[in-house]
Design a protein around this ligand. Structure first.
Ligand code: SF4
Length: 92
């Protein structure tokens, strides 16, 4: 089984884009470079989380991205109550 088959099992190419799970996927954009959600299928790269990357970026930074400050900030979010308890105990 090839890597691309595992990434998008059952996908097929159409003139409009890659058809996968009933959705048409468009190739990733330049802004997606470095994101770990990119997968290869045939001769192009597609997002494994969002069918239309260009539309996602048109509204600002993609919140699914793994290579941007938005993603880093989301991962760094902590529960304020737990942070408060940790601070009270002298932790970080
Ligand atoms: S998650 Fe966002 S940045 Fe990453 S490949 Fe998909 S559309 Fe691009």
């Amino acid at each position: 089984m090839s890597k691309e088959t595992r990434s998008f099992p059952g996908a097929s190419m159409t003139p409009e884009g890659m058809l996968y799970n009933g959705a048409l996927f468009q190739p990733v954009t330049e802004q997606c470079d470095g994101c770990s959600r990119i997968r290869d299928f045939e001769d192009a790269r597609y997002c494994s989380s969002y069918p239309r990357p260009a539309a996602k970026w048109s509204m600002g930074t993609c919140n699914f991205s793994t290579h941007t400050r938005v993603a880093a900030a989301a991962q760094a979010k902590v529960n304020p109550l737990k942070a408060s308890k940790r601070a009270a105990k002298g932790g970080r």
